[in-house]
Design a binder for this molecule. Sequence first.
Ligand code: TEU
Ligand code: CA
Length: 607
Amino acid sequence: MRKTSVLTAALTAALCHNAALAATQTPLEIKLTETVLSSESVTKALRPLQKKQWWHGKVAYQIYPRSFKDSNGDGIGDLKGIISKLDYLKALGVDIIWLSPVYASPMVDNGYDISDYRKINPEFGTMEDFDELLAGIKARGMHLIMDLVINHCSSEHALFKKALKDPEGPEAKYFYFKKGQNGTPPDNLRSYFGGSVWEKVPDHEDYYYLHYFAKEQPDLNWYNPDLRERIYSMVNFWLDKGVDGFRIDAIMNIAKDTTFPGRPPDLVGDGMADAKVMTALHAGEVPAMLKEFRDRCIKPHDALTVGEAFGLNEQILPEIYGQDGIFSSVFDFTVREVFEKEPGYYSYPKASVKLYRDSNFKGQLDAQNTGFASPITENHDEPRAVSFYLPESLQNAKGAKALATAFMFMRGLPFIYQGQEIGMTNTAFKSMDEFRDLVATEEYQKALDFGLKKDEALKAVALNSRDNARTPMLWSDEKNAGFSDAAPWIRIHQDYKTLNVQNEELDPQSTLNNYRKLVQLRKDPAYADLFTYGVFIPYESSDDSFIAYKRKNMQQEAVICSNLAEHALLAPLSGKVIYETGGVKIEDGKLFMPSGSAAVLVSDSVK
Ligand code: TEU
Ligand code: CA
C-alpha cells in the first residue's frame, strides 16, 4: 500500500463512512499548477480569428460502414443499416456524421481503394439508399461529411487499368509511371504498408508505378491539371447532392519530388526510407496545391473539410487550417505521431495516460494559436483508447467515462468514433486468422523479422491492430451482437453479452448515457460559447495520470479533471460541480477523486 500521511488518512476516514472503502481509496494529495499562457497566445485564441462557421460548437461522429449495422443479413454493414440507427445518433447529440468510404471498391483496404468515385459499392447499397441516408440525416438536423480519398485510387479504377496497359500513354499521366534503373525501382522509398513504393508493371517490366500505400492503391498525379479537373468535378458532384463536406484522406502525401531522388536509408536496415519522411519534407507545398480545389469546390458550397494531415510542422499550420487556411480543420494527431514514426508495432512505446495527456495538451496549445483542430481519441486506424492508454484496472466503463470527460471539452470539433460512446475495448484476437486488415499481416511479419517469437508478435498485433476499431458495433446481447443475422465479416468482440447499446440504454450510469450528458453539456447554451471558443489552459500535475485543464473566456471558466490513476486523489480544485462521474466529492474546499472519476467545475471568470 501507498505511504500516506496521518493527516491524509484521517481525512479519508472522515470522507468515507465505509472503512473497507477507505482502505482502498486513501487519497494521495496532489499539486496542480495552472500553465501561464503568454498574453499573445490568449489574444490569438480569443480573437475573433474564426468568423463563426456553421460547424463551430458541433459534435461529430465517425461511422465505419462495414462494421456499423447490417440490414440485409450478409454479415456486412450497409447504408440501410446506418439509416436504421440515425435516431440513435441523434439521441447521442451528434451533429455531423463522417462516413468512411462507401464508393465502389474492390475493398483491398476496406474502401480506401476506390475504383469508381461516383458509384456506391453494392455491398453497402445503392445510390438511392445513399440519397435516403442523406435525406434522413438532414431531416434530423444533422450533417454528412464523406471520406475523400484522392491521394490514390484503386488499381481497379478504369483509368489505371488503361494506364497499366500503356505506361507511356495518356492515362499513365494521371499516375506516376517511371522506368527503373538496372532492375531496381526508381527510388528507395518504403510504402506505408511495407515494401517498396514501386511496383513493376506487368508486361512492361522496365516500368514501375508508384503506390505510397498498398500496391492496389496507385498514387494520383496531382501535378497533372487534367487529373485535378476530374477531381474538382467529382467533388462538386457530391457537394451538389447536398453533402456538407469531407474528411480528406492521407492528403499531405500528394506533394512529391517528381524527380524521385529517394532518401538516405533509415535504421530499419533494408536500404529504404519511409515515404512519410518525404511527405513531411514537402508538407509546405500542399496549401498552394490545394488552393484551386478549395476555391472551386469547398468555398462555393461553404463545405467543411477536415484534413487527415500527418507530418505537419508549426510553421505551416496557419496555411493549413488558419483563418485563410486550406482546410476548415485537421485532426489532432499529436499523440498518434508518437507511434506512427516507429518502424512497426513491435517497436511502439507503451501508451499511457501521461502520453495521452501531454500530447493532447501540446496539440491543443498549438491548435489554439492557429484555428480549430479536431480532437480525436479513436478512429478506424487505432486501437480502442480504453485498452490502449488506461491502466488495467480502468479498462472498463469507469475508465471509459473518466477518459470521455477529458476528451469531450477540448477545444475544436471533437470526433467520437463508433463504439467509443459505449466504451468498447480492444477485441481479444487469439490468432492471426482472426484479423482482416492487410496491415495486421504485414506487421506480424515485420515483428517476426525483427526477432520476436510468434506469440510476442501476435501480442503486438493484437494490441495495436486497426481491426480493434473495426469489429462490429455492439448493439445488443443477441446473436452477433445485434449487428447482423449472419456471421459477420470480422469476429465479434468477446464482451458483447454485457457490453452493448441495449444494456447501456437501461443504465443511467452507463458510458453511453454519460457520453450523452457530456455532449449535451458541451452544447448547453449556458456554456456553449465557453466550450467552443474558450481558451484552453492545461494544468501541470504532480500525478502523471491526472488530467486537468481549464476552459476560459471573458465571463466564465470551467475546470475539467479526470483521475485516471489507479488510486484516489485529492486535488486542490473547487467550483460548482456541473458534471461528475465515479464518486467525486468536494471536501474542505478540495476535490476527492476516486480512481476512474472525473468532474467539470465552473465559476465566473476572475477578470
Ligand atoms: O490513413 C493514412 C495513414 O497515414 C496511415 O499511416 C495510417 O495511419 C495507417 O492506418 C496506420 O496503420 C488513411 C486511412 O485512414 C487508412 O484507413 C487508409 O488505410 C490509408 O489512409 C490509405 O488510404
Ligand atoms: Ca449488408
